[in-house]
Design a protein around this ligand. Structure first.
Ligand SMILES: Cc1cc2nc3c(=O)[nH]c(=O)nc-3n(C[C@H](O)[C@H](O)[C@H](O)COP(=O)(O)OP(=O)(O)OC[C@H]3O[C@@H](n4cnc5c(N)ncnc54)[C@H](O)[C@@H]3O)c2cc1C
Length: 193
């Protein structure tokens, strides 16, 4: 569907979410252009900043491709204000290619704030020792603070916390105002960028 309209545009942007990162590389490959991943700043129409080495360095990248396919690290940008003057076009959906069909989905339901948007996060690491301890120690704190629960990769790999709680480079990129890390070693994925 994206491919059907992409050629009319100079830039095709996706959020750097699981869904955006699923679609963007396929679109870039089909258009035969490079993907510019995870941008945190726009320098010019063809030049962008993006974190590398898990946020330890910032690379400035420039693309000479006619169409720029970009994933955007949304937490790196302030929300746009109201009242912009850009034209909003309604684009008709492309015809179904029939190559894939929607079978169903299972969405994790939670009363807690969504990790990627949470202002406060309580995260647990390998030192929590078990999912029972994770729940016993961290859940009451997160409840009191109105926080989202997160976990290190080590904790997720050990089965102490579900996969969708993983914070970091291969997990979710978060931007809370307060990050409480319990039993986490201080790996770069859990420190401010
Ligand atoms: C390419 C790549 C991508 C990665 N992506 C991610 C990612 O997205 N997210 C992520 O989390 N990790 C990621 N990692 C792994 C990351 O580098 C660390 O290995 C991992 O985060 C460590 O998890 P941890 O701090 O829970 O465990 P550990 O490193 O084992 O740390 C546990 C800490 O708990 C302390 N401790 C032990 N017992 C107690 C106690 N009783 N009370 C208090 N403290 C205690 C220990 O001293 C230690 O500091 C990635 C690694 C690679 C190579």
């Amino acid at each position: 569907m994206v491919l059907g309209v992409a050629k009319n545009y100079s830039h095709v942007l996706f959020p750097a979410t699981a869904s955006g990162k699923n679609v963007a590389p396929r679109v870039a490959a089909k258009l035969d252009v490079g993907q510019i991943s995870d941008i945190t700043k726009v320098i010019a129409a063809d030049t962008f900043e993006r974190p590398i080495y898990a946020g330890n360095a910032i690379a400035m990248v420039q693309s000479a491709d006619a169409i720029k396919v970009i994933t955007v690290r949304t937490t790196g940008f302030d929300a746009a204000g109201q009242g912009g003057s850009a034209a909003v076009e309604t684009v008709a959906a492309a015809a179904d290619s029939g190559k894939s069909s929607f079978v169903g989905n299972e969405i994790a339901k939670s009363e807690r704030p969504e990790l990627t948007a949470a202002k406060i996060i309580v995260s647990g690491g390998r030192a929590m020792g078990s999912s029972e301890k994770f729940n016993e120690v961290l859940t009451p704190l997160a409840d009191k603070l109105g926080a989202a629960l997160g976990a290190s990769r080590a904790a997720v790999d050990a089965g102490y916390a579900p996969n969708d709680w993983q914070v970091g480079q291969t997990g979710k990129i978060v931007a809370p105002q307060l990050y409480v890390a319990c039993g986490i070693s201080g790996a770069i994925q859990h420190r401010p960028a």
